[in-house]
Write a protein that binds this ligand. Structure first.
Ligand code: 5BU
Length: 453
């Protein structure tokens, strides 16, 4: 028997898994309850557990260790003693007197903290701890759970950009207990049914546009969704074309089947205010929003100038503008954005050799959620439901010959990433019949959205 399994049987003997009818913290009824607290009274097992965790992770990368209160506190303490990495303690509630700190111990802003959780279900309590630690300026990148109940928590945390690993998975544990006849047949059946149902729910369901709309505060986010629902389209056309009359011509013919038009104003040779007037007129008649894919990425004041001045005067016509957050969260805080204009951040580009790592993506997502001007983001993964997800890099043709490495099929964007909107350029404007082609993309994307509901 593997070392890990051997260890699990030892803690199983302490009664950490109970079978029956339980109501979990989330209100979910469950036939199984897992509680790691008894390990606190067994120093020998705490040491063994720490050593298993040390096998999985390189602790020289960390300056601090913290456990999600309360069950993971003794585990974090043991881990700190074994690794010599200092411990900090996260409170569940503010004690309301004295220093009123949520985190106890010695730490400084910018320190890299390893976080440990005992059992992960939805990931909600873990997330609360992460937010409190980040508020103190600590950096959380790597997290480990002892046991994953396989109910979506790991995916939930991963989609926010954190690295999370687990020592045990409930499915493996149940199989092992069953193999050595520690489970009654009826018990096993009930448990398997419960987990199968939950896993299916978590993995397959996505929020509808109506549900997403409720989570958005910005009028432009709501408007985009209203347009999509009314026209049954989640297609944004990217008109990367150098001549204004060609753009107007194309948009006139496909305006009815898109919810947004994305342009790069700075590639249009004959850009003019009359072009913008015409474009705006078509967008109002045919009901779609105007996106300027400017990807502002400078320091705040330069972003501000680029948004309002120069020949493009983006803020005078665009409904939405894209921004990078390479310069940090302050770079988009004082842009003086009109109230009927919104931002889309870029967390993760569609190019296969992009440089953004999980830490960067996580930071962009966190800033995006907190900034009321941001309605969504570009990323190549599922993101928090409070953000709309936009997916460029879309093409029907697969990437067998490696030429289309930067592209995914529209269906995949909905199935894998639970995207909200696809952005399609060349596949439409370089085709022989852009109207027919755009309609194909609209239909595919709308069906892909509906079948995942
Ligand atoms: P394409 O022809 O479908 O590849 O056009 C995609 C458009 O989306 C193009 O304007 C890009 O500048 C833009 N884009 C992208 O391709 N990938 C990204 O991550 C972001 C924007 Br953000």
């Amino acid at each position: 028997m593997e070392k890990k399994e051997h260890f699990f049987l030892k803690i199983y003997d302490l009664g950490i898994i109970k079978f029956g009818n339980f109501t979990l913290k989330s209100g979910i009824k469950s036939p199984i309850y897992i509680d790691f607290r008894p390990i606190a009274s067994r120093p020998d097992l705490l040491i063994k557990l720490s050593d298993l965790l040390i096998n999985e992770t390189n602790f020289s990368d960390f300056e601090l260790i913290c456990g999600v209160p309360y069950a993971a506190l003794p585990i974090a303490t043991a881990l700190s003693l074994r690794t010599n990495v200092p411990l900090i303690i996260k409170r569940k509630e503010n004690k309301g007197y004295g220093t009123e700190r949520m985190i106890e111990g010695i730490y400084k802003k910018g320190q890299n903290c390893f976080l440990i959780e005992d059992v992960i279900t939805s990931g909600d309590s873990l997330l609360k701890t992460i937010i409190d630690l980040e508020k103190e300026g600590l950096i959380i990148k790597d997290i480990m759970s002892i046991l994953d109940r396989e109910q979506g928590g790991i995916e939930n945390i991963k989609k926010r950009g954190y690295n999370i690993k687990t020592l045990f998975r409930i499915g493996d544990i149940l199989n092992m207990l069953n193999k050595i006849n520690l489970l009654k047949k009826k018990e096993l059946h009930m448990i398997q049914l419960f987990f199968k149902k939950k896993i299916k729910n978590v993995q397959e369901k996505r929020l509808s546009y109506e549900e997403k709309r409720k989570k958005l505060n910005h009028p432009i986010g709501k408007k985009l969704i209203d347009i999509s629902l009314e026209k049954k389209t989640n297609l944004i056309f990217s008109a990367d074309i150098m001549y204004s009359n060609k753009i107007l011509e194309l948009v006139n013919s496909i305006g009815d089947i898109i919810c947004g038009l994305k342009i790069h104003a700075d590639i249009i040779n004959d850009f003019s205010s009359s072009f913008i007037t015409s474009l705006k007129k078509i967008s109002l008649e045919k009901k779609f929003l105007l996106f300027e894919d400017r990807k502002l990425s400078d320091v705040g004041y330069t972003n501000y100038l680029q948004l309002h001045y120069g020949i493009h005067k983006i803020s005078s016509w665009a409904d939405i503008i894209t921004v990078h957050l390479l310069s940090g969260k302050n770079s988009i805080q004082k842009l003086n954005i009109p109230c009927n204009m919104a931002l889309i951040t870029i967390s993760e580009m569609s190019s296969h050799d992009r440089l953004s790592d999980d830490n960067y993506i996580r930071n962009v997502l966190n800033i995006s959620i907190k900034n009321p001007k941001v309605i969504g983001t570009v990323a190549q993964r599922k993101v928090d439901d409070r953000l709309l997800l936009f997916s460029p890099g879309i093409h029907f043709s697969n990437n067998k010959n490696n030429k289309k490495k930067d592209y995914i099929h529209p269906r995949k964007a909905f199935e894998k990433n639970k995207t909200d909107f696809i952005i399609v350029g060349k596949a439409i404007y370089q085709s022989k019949n852009p109207v027919l082609e755009a309609e194909k993309y609209r239909k595919e994307a709308w069906n892909a959205y509906e079948t995942k509901l």
